[in-house]
Write a protein that binds this ligand. Structure first.
Ligand code: GBH
Length: 452
């Protein structure tokens, strides 16, 4: 039942916000310019064997120098909003202490260029690039990192707050906790397994303290971008459903319940969290103006099988055998270049399950990321992916989900973390030698779709 990509998309509600997303560490480059401090990703990518293609993000897409060209592309695409991230190490090079005005100047110019192009700036304050100086003291495993983050948020709001009407505190604290502190596949490369959970709490606390800092500066339109996807049990056996429930708890409810319900999803987590958290939960659950969901795919989870040949993997990442759950391949769907299954209906399922679980506690939702990796300029698979997901999103809205906007990940092919440049997610191709931008077929398709 594939809908031909040529049939027009259904109409979205008036005022629906269309956008594209990027992040500083994945596109900016210019890592040594204008007083920027080092980030955990600078250090991680410089370690042998960390990045699959041996690359790093010292140049990335050179957006730092080419942002005017990129803003022109966004304007031409016809979206109303651009989600980018502010690099904490540009603004506070050591993570704590002195603010670097030259670092803020860049975002000042970017915001002005966007407004001039009629595009709303949507900054994310943190997209995983922790200042290395803070990491060396323990990073997000430490409580005071959350306080330093709020001080940095205040400095950004002081500079950009007169022009920004929509703010994102954190991007995907779940992925940083799991991949960065739990499994060591992302910076800072710690493999603490369940001892990573204090990072989750401190990230959530950092979010809450940053919300306070932004509100104190009069900011409105505040949200967060959390990664979510349905968890499908591998079978209805008790062992598989229990494993799937634990995975869902760690990847979905652990990061949504404190924000939306004001408590952690399971009392059993208390032993893994850093001490008494009751007061923090009041900070963490301060009302948001909207809730951001990054959706990529569902995950099928079963109980670990000690007899299984070889390690199970998560997005191509080998998982340690002692974990109490095992991801399994989802069969019967097309797959992206990353080998992720393409399952648009799981986006409908996710949005309706959020509505059911959180009810009136869930503010309006923005899809802050959705997209796919495919090679080539003539990317008909990306068109089919976006077409399918937009129809699935529309079905969720018709069924009552209050979704107010959708952002494609990503504007540009960029540094895809541990994958290096091997997984292109862009609507716009970036040549790795010349850094020239070329609009893909999906760019032209989306531009046409948004004009209807
Ligand atoms: C986002 O994270 C990031 O915010 C962004 O920076 C990044 O470039 C983009 O997505 C693309 O990766 O083994 O099939 O179950 C990624 C979110 C969602 C990726 C869960 C791995 C599990 C894959 N993650 N997914 S699977």
């Amino acid at each position: 039942t594939t809908v031909p990509a040529s049939s027009p998309l259904p109409r979205f509600p008036d005022g629906f916000l269309w956008g594209v997303s990027t992040s500083a560490p994945q596109i900016e480059g210019a890592v040594d310019e204008d007083g920027r401090g080092r980030s955990t990703w600078d250090v991680f990518a410089a370690q042998a064997g960390r990045i699959k293609d041996g690359s790093d993000a010292r140049v990335a897409t050179d957006h730092y120098h080419r942002f005017r060209e990129d803003v022109a592309l966004i304007q031409e695409l016809g979206v109303g909003a651009y989600r980018f991230s502010v690099a904490w190490p540009r603004v506070v090079p050591d993570g704590a202490g002195a603010v670097n005005g030259a670092g803020l100047d860049f975002y000042d110019r970017l915001v002005d260029a966007l407004l001039e192009a009629g595009v709303a700036p949507v900054p994310t304050l943190f997209h995983w690039d922790t200042p290395q100086a803070l990491e060396e003291g323990g990073g997000w495993l430490r409580r005071d990192t959350a306080e330093h983050f709020a001080a940095y948020a205040d400095a950004v709001a002081a500079r950009l707050g007169d022009r920004v009407e929509c703010w994102i505190t954190l991007n995907e604290p779940a992925e940083l906790t799991l991949l960065g502190y739990g499994l060591g596949q992302h910076a800072p490369g710690r493999a603490l397994l369940f001892d990573a959970l204090p990072a989750a709490h401190h990230l959530l606390l950092g979010h809450g303290l940053a919300v306070q800092a932004l509100r104190a500066r009069g900011a409105t339109g505040i949200g967060i971008a959390n990664s979510h996807g349905p968890t499908w049990p591998a079978s209805d056996s008790a062992a598989d459903t229990a494993a799937a429930d634990l995975y869902d708890l760690l990847l979905n409810r652990l990061f949504a319940d404190p924000l939306l319900l004001g408590h952690y999803p399971d009392d059993g987590l208390a032993a893994l969290l850093p001490g008494p958290v009751a007061d923090d939960l009041a900070t963490i659950s301060a009302p948001l103006d909207w809730y951001g969901i990054n959706y990529y795919q569902p995950t099928r989870i079963g109980a670990p099988r000690p007899d299984a040949a070889g390690p199970t993997d998560f997005a191509g990442i080998a998982l340690p055998p002692e974990l109490p759950f095992a991801p399994q391949k989802i069969e019967g769907y097309p797959r992206t270049a990353f080998d992720w299954p393409v399952v648009p209906e799981a986006l409908t399922e996710l949005l309706l399950s959020f509505r059911a679980r959180y009810g009136a506690s869930l503010p309006p939702v923005l899809i802050t990321e959705n997209g796919c990796s495919y090679d080539g300029i003539d990317d008909t698979e990306r068109i089919a992916f976006l077409d399918g997901h937009l129809r699935a999103l529309h079905r969720a809205i018709e069924a009552g989900a209050d979704v107010r906007g959708y952002f494609v990940w990503s504007l540009l092919d960029n540094f895809e973390w541990a994958e290096g440049y091997a997984q292109p997610f862009g609507l716009v191709h970036v040549d790795r030698t010349t850094l020239a931008r070329t609009r893909k077929a999906s760019f032209h398709w989306l531009r046409g779709a948004l004009r209807l």
